[in-house]
Design a protein around this ligand. Structure first.
Ligand code: 9MR
Length: 505
């Protein structure tokens, strides 16, 4: 983009919401018969109240106080990439930067997103490695930090640019083979580096009893369409991958670098696209958000602050959109500083909030909006549904979950895994049928006092605090003997020591 063509929009500072102004006055006492919801004054607190994390990409030399104050999740911007930490044989090296970031996150009660294991770029010594070496690296990296990493980007940016909907054609995707020539890599005889990497990652997570969730991450996959209403083929391709490999993939990252590229704009169907992934049962995250401040060709065209509001709202409106991460703190320190795409100006630990910051905070403070559920989008995958892959070249991961709390005979058992941050949590519950198939299930859990469920997916729910009951929905009640299904819920407060009790029928 030519800087002389850029028309720098003068962004009027948005008025602070009345509730925020009230809170800023130290002597204000709110007396009202109808208790007003107090607005939170940091991004992390407002997000926690709404039931999601709000994170930032970070580097060890920029761990200023603002990181722990405003954000509840941290993604190493560069320190966990293969070019930093991988040896050519899949071992680890130079992990001190990553260690610093993980420790910082832990001492500030922040979740960590590991970024990233399998990527064509910044591959360093792994460039050209075999699947076996990639698998070694995957095992070493996941095991080094274990459950201290809540989410790992296992596969990053696997799809081509320019909305072709195809896989990339450079390493590691050069290992892919379409054995039967049907145009996809989903068949049992095909080779797919994505599938095999996820299988390996899942094996490592299960063998270690880790709570780490495994994600696929990409850019230009945000809307159902791109500029001009053209179908977003890249998003459709990602959707097909997640649907086919759902058994190994727990979460999807929309990078959300919004700029003037016609495939990188904010479209009005962003929420619908988030929703269709959520409907597959995965968590969705906005993982690398920045928005060019003179985004001129988007479908919204309302200025950076309003564009931020739109993206945050799209996530809030989908229960399984459980986190938003901005790709840096301030414009001047951003990898795309010329776009001024972040929430703060300033630098070196001294930051000023932009209008976009106030818009995001305000939107988060409004919370999720259950009274206007998102419309279910038309699902138009680019290939017809296929059965999940069987007999992949790498043996499938063990399907045995951690020891059930109630030993299954017939009936069912349930286990729970938690991702928690200060003020909130996401729980994933795995329901496993015993020695006979079941045609329906219910799971009862008792939450500690102070914990409240805000939303749930893949289950009906009754109750939100104390003893809460979940039961199957239409599509996941039938579970074959020894097989499992998962549902999830999200809440505020702290949920520890959950003991799920499963009943079949
Ligand atoms: O922000 C990162 C920048 O410091 C690096 O120089 C760059 C090198 O590729 O990677 C940037 O982060 C990328 C992220 O890892 C994946 N999505 C796109 C980000 C911007 O390229």
């Amino acid at each position: 983009m030519h800087s002389d063509l850029r028309h720098r929009r003068k962004v009027a500072r948005t008025a602070l919401p009345a509730a925020v102004l009230l809170l800023m006055g130290s002597a204000v006492v709110v007396q009202s018969s109808a208790p007003a919801a107090a607005a939170e004054t940091t991004l992390r607190a407002a997000a926690a109240k709404a039931g999601l994390f709000f994170g930032v990409a970070a580097s060890p030399n920029r761990l200023y106080p603002i990181v722990g104050q405003e954000f509840s999740q941290l993604t190493p911007e560069n320190d966990m990439k293969p070019d930093r930490i991988a040896t050519s044989s899949g071992g680890l090296q130079n992990t001190s930067g990553a260690d610093t970031l993980v420790n910082h996150a832990q001492s500030n009660n922040m979740l960590v997103r590991g970024h990233t294991l399998v990527w064509h770029s910044q591959a360093g010594a792994l460039q050209g490695a075999s699947q076996a070496t990639l698998n070694t690296f995957i095992g070493n990296a996941i095991n080094r930090w274990g459950s201290r990493i809540a989410y790992w980007d296992v596969v990053n940016e696997a799809l081509e640019d320019n909305n072709t909907g195809r896989r990339r054609n450079q390493w590691p995707h050069t290992m892919n083979r379409d054995a039967n020539g049907d145009g996809d890599f989903f068949d049992a005889g095909d080779t797919d580096v994505m599938r095999d990497s996820f299988i390996r990652a899942k094996q490592v997570v299960q063998a270690g009893g880790l709570t780490t969730k495994l994600c696929i991450n990409d850019y230009d996959v945000d809307g159902l369409t791109v500029q001009g209403g053209t179908p977003n083929r890249k998003a459709n391709a990602l959707y097909d991958i997640v649907r086919n490999y759902r058994q190994y993939i727990d979460c999807v990252g929309f990078q959300a670098h919004f700029n003037d590229n016609p495939n990188s704009i904010i479209t009005d169907d962003l929420q619908a696209n988030i929703q269709r992934f959520a409907d597959l049962g995965v968590e969705v995250h906005i993982t690398e958000l920045d928005i060019d401040d003179d985004l001129s060709n988007n479908d919204i065209g309302a200025g950076q602050a309003e564009n931020y509001r739109k993206v945050v709202r799209a996530c809030l409106n989908v229960a399984q959109c459980t986190g938003i991460t901005v790709w840096g703190i301030s414009d001047s320190e951003s990898w795309r500083s010329s776009e001024r795409g972040l929430l703060f100006t300033g630098g070196n630990g001294s930051y000023q909030k932009k209008a976009a910051y106030h818009a995001v905070l305000d939107e988060l403070n409004k919370g999720r909006n259950p009274t206007t559920p998102p419309t279910t989008p038309p699902v138009t995958p680019s290939v017809p549904p296929t059965t999940p892959p069987v007999d992949p070249t790498t043996p499938p991961p063990p399907t045995t979950p951690p020891p059930p709390t109630t030993p299954p005979a017939t009936g069912c058992s349930a286990t729970v895994s938690l991702n928690s941050w200060t003020g909130g949590f996401v729980a994933t519950v795995r329901v496993t049928a015993g020695t006979a198939p079941i045609s329906g299930w219910s799971v009862q859990l008792t939450l500690p006092s102070g914990a409240t469920v805000t939303n749930a997916w893949n289950a009906n729910r009754s109750g939100s605090s104390g003893t809460v009951q979940f039961s199957n929905v239409s599509y996941n009640g039938s579970v074959n003997a020894g097989q499992s299904t998962e549902f999830g819920f999200q809440g505020v407060g702290t949920a520890t020591g959950l003991t799920p009790v499963c009943s079949a029928g």
